[in-house]
Write a new protein. Sequence first.
Lengths: 109, 171
Amino acid sequence: MSLLMNIFQEIPLHNYLFLSAILFCIGVFGVLLRRNAIIIFMSIELMFNAVNLLLVAFSTYYSDSGGQVFVFFIMAVAAAEVSVGLAILVTIYRNLHSVDIDELKSLKW
Amino acid sequence: MTFYIFLFLAALAVFCGLMTVTSRNPVHSVIFLIGCFFAIAGHYLLLNAQFLAVVHIIVYAGAIMVLFLFTLMMMNLNEASEGHKPALARISAVVSAGLLLFILIAALKKTEPFAPPLTIDHSIGLVKALGNTLLNEYLLPFEFVSILLLSSMVGAVLIAKRDKSPKPELE
């Protein structure tokens, strides 16, 4: 019996679905709970990773390498997003001396 | 045996994720998030996606989290710098995240069980197979990603650069 067949039989695909759902909800929880903008960014990374994990699981279970290529693209987009987002946060910190999102309400009338 | 490895990695990922979200010190959050990324890289190895496991470690634990740490240290944030949200906001955060989890799991439980494909390709997660797919079927997105990375790099430098010209007084 091959290694992958062994994995398919021991770990049902549903386990990965549930694990990804739990990780995604932890990310959502962090975005809702915290006030520090950097921690909110980290929670967004956690959500990205939940989705990546599910894509890899489906790609392996269904023998389709397209899913893993998509994870590759998502990683590139996440890196771009983090670099620009942190640059914006640095600028905000320079002007307000805080990254508390409750302070950033100039758009709220 | 494989199942116990899965359970261990899953518990590690969920624990580190929860600690990331709940620890008061932002530096601890970064450390726990790195632990979570290592657990997820372990999952990739378990799923025979070796190339992605290595890239995940290099990109996330190596590059992105270092960027986070540098930003945190530059801002000199610590426990005292973040106030608590009001209790109502915290309770509603718990309730809405819990409800989302409940709905997702209730919906996923109804899905059909997995039927393995007839032919299993063992080389999927390896560099050779991934490179073939990436540079044949996904060549155009690949080039677009390079443009995206270049423009985000220029944008990050442009945004974070200190403005030397005198600022016009607002208001």
